[in-house]
Ligand binder design. Structure first.
Ligand code: NAD
Length: 541
């Protein structure tokens, strides 16, 4: 055990490589991409620190070239879920007994491995498996994941330092115990950083974890486990399984030692899991913690005083970066009539220069959507908009699946603020715009607040401070992350704690102390130095 009150290195955000054409960084990354693209990767599950292979191999296809398989992973069954739970529970005692500095060192080392020797590898795996361009891969799988690891270590020590006051003759302290039992992390396809953060932030606090990544993210998930193993994470602390989501949830959530769910993904899946937890509530040894960050229908509202270029740029970046597959992507915009023609003109000009294709060519701003289902879903919204009397496809609208799942950035203008694409999460490069009468600013704020069940991110654009203040108040509960004169995407760990309410989640703010607290169960300790020897208080005379 430690004989010092150590200070951890001060966390600073990992600098983002710019990958300008001709730079050594871009050459190194693209060379790594080409090498990994040509290889066939084999991805086992990792249970109790061991590679687990089965007789069921699932081929991995790249979204940008569905004919190209870049390897396979081994699909597990319910026996592997049991094995992962048992491995986690067996690892618990030793991991819990390890001093916090030892745990912190593992995750700080993982951050340095990602910043150095694994940077190209995790970025390239994300580019190949999830179709992110160099910039999107860099800000996610390298920088954000590194930030999560370093900032969480710092937040953990801040949390541990928060102690109650003591009175004369007594010493009060609190201890931040890990949860009793094991935790379950279920992660989405769209952010490698989230996938890494959900299991690691729980493990950092002494918890043991069963982690089920999305089957669309297994390549970068493998790299995460490689990094954690090299950083010295002991066997059994995080167990990565590739199993059916629903069946796995049914098994895990019925286990008496299940202690916490850390989920990011769609609203429907999270609600299903919450219900399962409710159904099992009498089985558990302890009330489980439930943290979920889910869907979004993120808005941009421009006031008539807004700057046209700033609005158009925020919409182009906010709606189409990573093909609109960010939970925070701008997907509904409310633009005043007086500005719309100009905003549209600037967007048209910008979008005419957007290149679409494989991330192997860094000049492609837009790459492929994740899979056939997503492609067909996007195509459906575009087809129906073309047929609707309430909607017009004003920019883009073409889809091409001949090689990869490519959907061109598309803008739908609608006269109905409740039109399907204004209120439903699409998760693709489709932005819907409702043009409002300038005089109806106040009514439009109400529309923004009430049109969607979600409350994740949103932006207001205005040069008028009174209008900004009005939107700030009217939209108080319309988003968990609110932006003023900026796009609604791109939250940075340590700077804008991220998460939303309503149907968007439990708003426990990933990458913050608020989130870490959820994975601890606090024990209060009161020590009296000289104990009373008589029951009588002075008032008894
Ligand atoms: P998804 O809900 O399809 O899958 C998420 C995870 O749940 C995957 O691991 C999947 O295998 C698993 N899963 C699927 N069905 C399941 C079931 N019935 N029971 C248990 N687990 C099941 O989500 P996705 O397509 O991977 O990710 C996109 C979604 O995630 C979007 O809705 C997006 O808004 C949301 N998201 C939210 C945030 C946020 O911070 N709010 C961040 C990223 C993504």
């Amino acid at each position: 055990m430690s004989k010092a009150i150590s200070q951890v290195p001060l966390a600073v955000n990992e600098p983002v490589n710019s990958y300008v054409p001709g730079s050594p960084e871009v050459k190194s990354l693209i060379d790594t991409y080409k090498k990994m693209w040509a290889e066939k990767v084999e991805i086992p599950m990792i249970i109790n620190g061991k590679e687990v292979k089965t007789d069921k191999k699932v081929q991995l296809q790249s979204p940008q070239d569905h004919a190209h398989d870049f390897g396979f992973y081994y699909q597990g069954g319910m026996q592997h879920v049991d094995d992962a739970i048992n491995a986690a529970l067996a690892a618990k005692e030793a991991w819990n007994a390890l001093g916090w500095e030892q745990r912190a060192a593992i995750f700080l080392k993982a951050a340095d491995l990602l910043a150095g020797p694994y940077r190209d590898v995790i970025n390239a795996a994300t580019m190949i498996g999830q179709s992110k361009n160099v910039h999107q891969a860099e800000i996610d799988s390298a920088c954000e994941f590194i930030d999560f690891l370093r900032f969480n270590v710092e937040f953990m020590t801040e949390m541990y330092s928060e102690q109650p006051v003591s009175d004369n003759g007594i010493w009060n302290r609190v201890e931040y115990r890990p949860l009793e039992g094991f935790c379950f992390a279920v992660t989405p396809f769209n952010f490698t950083a989230i996938s890494g953060n959900l299991p690691t932030c729980m493990a950092m606090l002494g918890n043991v974890v069963v982690w089920k990544p999305s089957d669309k993210q297994v390549y970068s998930a493998k790299v995460i486990m490689d990094v954690l193993t090299e950083a010295g994470l002991p066997a059994g602390v995080i167990n990565m399984i590739f199993t059916d989501g629903k069946e796995t949830a049914e098994k895990v959530l019925a286990h008496k030692d299940f202690a916490g769910l850390h989920f990011t993904g769609s609203t429907k899946v999270f609600q299903g899991m919450w219900k399962m937890i409710g159904d099992n509530i009498h089985n558990y040894r302890t009330y489980p913690r439930i943290v979920g960050e889910t869907g979004g229908k993120d808005f941009v509202i421009a006031h008539p005083s807004a700057n046209v270029e700033a609005v158009a740029t925020a919409l182009v970046r906010g709606a189409f970066e990573y093909q609109g597959q960010k939970c925070s992507a701008a997907s509904r915009a409310y633009i005043p009539k007086s500005l719309w023609a100009d905003v549209k003109k600037v967007m048209e000009a910008q979008m005419a220069t957007i290149k679409i294709g494989s991330p192997e060519d860094p000049s492609n701003f837009v790459n492929a959507v994740i899979d056939k289902n997503s492609f067909e879903k996007c195509k459906g919204y575009i087809t129906r908009a073309n047929e609707s009397s309430e909607a017009t496809v004003v920019i883009g609208g073409t889809c091409d699946d001949s090689k990869g799942w490519f959907v061109h950035p598309t803008v739908i203008e609608t006269t109905n603020p409740q039109y399907e694409s204004m209120v439903e999460e699409i998760f693709g490069p489709i932005l819907s715009v409702f043009v409002y009468e300038d005089a109806e600013w106040k009514e439009t704020l109400k529309l923004v607040d009430s049109s969607s069940p979600y409350s994740l991110t949103g932006s207001v654009f205005s040069q008028d401070r009174y209008a900004i203040a009005e939107a700030y108040k009217a939209l108080e509960n319309a988003s968990g992350n609110f932006y003023i004169n900026d796009k609604p995407t791109g939250a940075v760990v340590g700077q804008q704690p991220f998460g939303g309410g309503r149907a968007s989640g439990t708003n426990d703010k990933a990458g913050s102390k608020m989130n870490l607290l959820r994975w601890t169960s606090v024990r209060s300790v009161k020590e009296t130095f000289v104990s009373p020897k008589d029951y009588k208080y002075p008032y008894l005379g």
